[in-house]
Design a protein around this ligand. Structure first.
Ligand code: C5P
Length: 307
């Protein structure tokens, strides 16, 4: 290994949260992951990563749920930096700090956004000249949601969620996110889903519904609200029964649609426009059915260098 060629002293990158407008979960594969057919939408809630010259790889995290984020080499952003250095054949010397807006263990890719921001930030810091393809490959290796947080926008995800193709649709949608007290482990929710499905014919809904694609293209809020679907809901509701009430409450308060975010436990409510999202957020917040409420819009671009 050789010492990296330092280009900038400090690089700042941002990466977005995501929701899945459709999450179809197929059978478990030989590698332990489940086959997915999903439609990702990147949200305006972002994590910011600052990469600066350092000795070895280190990371500190501040903000939303920072206590739950590991500060050692198991941190996905550290692993991303190490992978890039290995790929480039240089020493991994970087001091990273992450300011989180995205709740962790909430189903919003809060654990993945830092990892999506890190390879691009380190590439700029080290002057490694990695291609977009290299960055995507590193992201895809690190986790099912990391690749999408890098590409952003609106995308169809297959494989274990890391194989992406863009979905073309105009405009943006406004959301209210009801973040539950406590987190759910993604692995636990998949295992609970397998348990529920055991011995039944249910599951493997790997076809994407035309209704969702049509609603996205035609910008029809009611049609989109009706087409939102997440196969993980029965499993997450089983592990955290209050979520069922949260979902019903948001719909009663006027959401055009509602669904669990990823493996949960955040619930996303579709609003009609920005003002409706603000009003709906205030009403949902007043019900006391969740820890905190956020508004966000999407789709937005993926991880990018901002400074
Ligand atoms: O990809 P990620 O590391 O976020 O996944 C966490 C866990 O969720 C995996 O270890 C696996 O148990 C489960 N998972 C799965 N199928 C997927 C994605 C995740 O079973 N497509």
């Amino acid at each position: 290994m050789t010492a990296p060629v330092q280009t900038d002293d400090v690089v700042i990158a941002r990466a977005p949260a995501k929701i899945n407008l459709h999450l179809g979960v197929g059978p478990v594969r030989a590698d332990g992951y489940h086959e997915l057919a999903t439609v990702f939408c990147a949200l305006s809630l972002t994590d910011e990563l600052v990469a600066a010259e350092g000795s070895g790889v280190s990371i500190v995290t501040a903000g939303e749920g920072a206590d739950a984020v590991p500060a050692d080499a198991s941190n996905l952003a550290c692993r991303a930096a190490l992978r890039l250095a290995e790929h480039a054949g240089i020493d991994a010397d970087v001091e990273m700090s992450v300011r989180k807006q995205i709740p962790v263990a909430a189903g919003l890719a809060g654990g993945s956004a830092g990892a999506a921001a890190a390879p691009g930030a380190c590439d700029a810091l080290w002057g490694t000249g990695a291609s977009r393809g290299d960055l995507l490959q590193i992201a895809a290796e690190l986790g099912s949601d990391v690749a999408f947080s890098l590409t952003g926008g609106l995308a169809l995800g297959t494989g274990r969620g890391e194989m992406l193709s863009p979905v073309l649709a105009a405009g943006r949608w406004h959301w209210v996110l009801a973040v539950a007290e406590g987190g759910l482990s993604t692995g636990d929710v998949y295992r609970e889903l397998d348990r529920i499905r055991e011995g039944t014919e249910r599951g493997a809904t790997l076809e994407l519904p035309d209704a969702l694609m049509n609603a996205l293209r035609s910008r029809d809020t009611d049609a989109l609200g009706a087409a939102l679907h997440n196969d993980m809901e029965p499993a997450a509701f089983g592990l955290m029964p209050t979520l069922r009430r949260t979902k019903a409450a948001g719909v009663e308060e006027g959401a055009a649609g509602a669904l669990l975010c990823g493996s949960g436990p955040t619930m996303a409510f579709l609003a009609r426009d920005e003002q409706h999202a603000v009003d709906l957020a205030a009403r949902v917040s007043g019900l006391g059915v969740c820890r905190t409420v956020r508004t966000a819009y999407g789709p937005v671009p993926g991880a990018r260098i901002t400074g």
